[in-house]
Every structure is written in structure tokens, then in C-alpha cells.
Design a protein around this ligand. Structure first.
Ligand code: SF4
Ligand code: SF4
Length: 259
């Protein structure tokens, strides 16, 4: 409606249309900043006016609230990120919101520079946070499905301490080579393709690819219990390739009988 009504608003924005504000994942927000955007605005329908049954706008709100805390953790001004609820007929509200955010971001300054953070350091931190999005979404799934109507409650959904703890206590997953029986269940279920698999080969987690979802721990059969969750310690180095082969007891005996 802003366009149809020929309302003036800043041309420094890039609009990306999505079917629902609930489609805007935390990873998209961080990626926009990683790509050099100075600010991000998410426009969604008014809360409780979802045309469907999904109420994705609450999801978008919760993502933004978590995103703001992550920005604080990195040292960024959280006001670079904003969510506003409006209807498609409110062109004036849209134009005002865009202009207001653009002015706000101008006073903060270019991304990172306004906060005095080194560009390379900032990119490394954003990379790290983007990798941890699946972990954060799993760890905070209950809160991310909250439906807080009162704006006074929003800033309390995620506290600074809570997010600091969340990021301090990132687990690592490790497959115990003594216990792994190469059943391949974990490799088939890993959503990040982070497990080096192979028939009769002890499985290894590629720590660079692992997104800390914990699925391997959940699916490893209890009789093997080969996956360990490590807190506050680095996982041991992977076993050498030549030691990965599992020699089954029965087969060993069978082959010696034949000999
Ligand atoms: S925690 Fe396990 S299942 Fe999840 S990404 Fe890492 S290796 Fe894959
Ligand atoms: S599910 Fe457990 S036993 Fe099976 S391959 Fe993975 S770590 Fe090994």
C-alpha cells in the first residue's frame, strides 16, 4: 500500500517477501548482518490476527527477541534489529517504520564500526553464531513457541544471563571408539551429514560440521550407548583411519576355523 499510495520512504532498504513472518529464521537475520546489512526489519501481521492457524508472527517475534540477545552477546547494538506488526493496508505505518529504522541505524553507524568491533572479529563471531542456530533453537524450543501478547513481557523472554549461559554451555558430541558398533543409525539420522560413516567402520563426528543437535545421542541404541555428550571440554581427537575397522568376534572365530 505504501507503493500504491506513492508514499516516500527510504530507498536504502531491500525488501524480501516471505509468505509469513514465521518463515524468518534466526539464521536469516544473522546472515543478513553477515552480508553487510546495517539493520534488519521484520514486518508481520498483528499478533492474534493470523489468517491461518500457525501464528507464525509469534515465532518471528520470539526469534527477534533471541536475536537481540545474541547481538548483545556479540557486542552489537540490538536496536539494529526490529520487528513491527502491521496490516497490508497500513502503507503509512510501513513507510514511517522504515524511515525511523533507517534514521536509527544512521545514528548507530555502519554495522560493527558503530560499535567499534573489528570487522574480521565480527565476521568470525557471526559465523560461530550462525553455526549454533540449530542448537539454540533446540535448547530454547519451549520459549520459542511462547505467545506473549504484552510488549512489556517481551524483554523478559530471554535474559542476558540466560543467553550467556546458553552460549557458554555449548555441548560437543563424541563417539566412543570402544563402544561404536557401526550400526550406522546415527549417520543416517544426522541432519548435518557430520558423521563419517562406513560399513564396519567406527563412526567419527566431524566437529566442524556438527551443529550440536544431539540427534546422534538420542538414536544410538542403548545397548551400544556409544555417543557421549561433553560439556566444557574439547572432544578427543578422532581415532586414526587404520584403527577404524571393526573386527567382529564371530567372524574372527569363523575365519580361524576355516584355516
Ligand atoms: S549432534 Fe550428532 S546428529 Fe547432530 S549434527 Fe552433530 S553429529 Fe550430527
Ligand atoms: S548409532 Fe551408535 S553404535 Fe551405531 S554407528 Fe552410531 S555411534 Fe556407532
Amino acid at each position: 500500500m505504501a507503493g500504491v499510495s506513492r508514499l516516500q520512504y527510504s530507498n536504502e532498504i531491500r525488501l524480501i517477501r516471505v509468505m509469513c513472518s514465521g518463515r524468518v529464521d534466526l539464521a536469516f537475520i544473522l546472515r543478513a548482518f553477515h552480508n553487510g546489512m546495517d539493520g534488519v526489519l521484520i514486518g508481520g501481521c498483528y499478533l492474534d490476527e493470523c489468517k491461518y492457524t500457525t501464528h507464525g508472527n509469534y515465532h518471528a517475534l520470539n526469534m527477534v527477541l533471541l536475536g537481540k540477545r545474541i547481538m548483545e552477546h556479540i557486542g552489537l547494538n540490538p536496536e539494529r534489529l526490529r520487528i513491527e506488526f502491521m496490516s497490508s493496508s497500513e502503507g503509512g505505518r510501513f513507510a514511517d517504520t522504515v524511515n525511523d529504522l533507517v534514521n536509527k541505524v544512521r545514528t548507530i553507524g555502519p554495522f560493527g564500526k558503530g560499535e567499534g568491533i573489528d570487522e574480521n572479529e565480527l565476521r568470525a563471531k557471526l559465523d560461530e553464531m550462525m553455526k549454533l542456530v540449530p542448537y539454540m533453537k533446540i535448547a530454547k524450543r519451549d520459549k520459542l513457541s511462547s505467545r506473549l501478547k504484552d510488549p512489556k513481557e517481551w524483554s523478559k523472554l530471554f535474559t542476558r544471563d540466560e543467553v550467556e549461559t546458553l552460549l557458554r554451555e555449548v555441548p560437543s558430541y563424541y563417539i566412543d571408539p570402544e563402544k561404536c558398533q557401526a550400526c550406522m543409525t546415527c549417520a543416517r539420522r544426522c541432519p548435518a551429514d557430520a558423521i563419517l560413516s562406513g560399513k564396519n567402520l567406527i563412526h567419527i563426528i566431524d566437529q566442524e560440521k556438527c551443529i550440536k543437535c544431539g540427534t546422534c545421542l538420542e538414536v544410538c541404541p542403548p545397548r551400544f550407548s556409544a555417543v557421549l555428550k561433553l560439556m566444557g571440554e574439547a572432544p578427543p581427537p578422532p581415532i586414526p583411519e587404520e584403527k577404524r575397522k571393526i573386527v567382529r568376534k564371530g567372524r574372527e572365530e569363523g575365519s580361524s576355523k576355516q584355516n
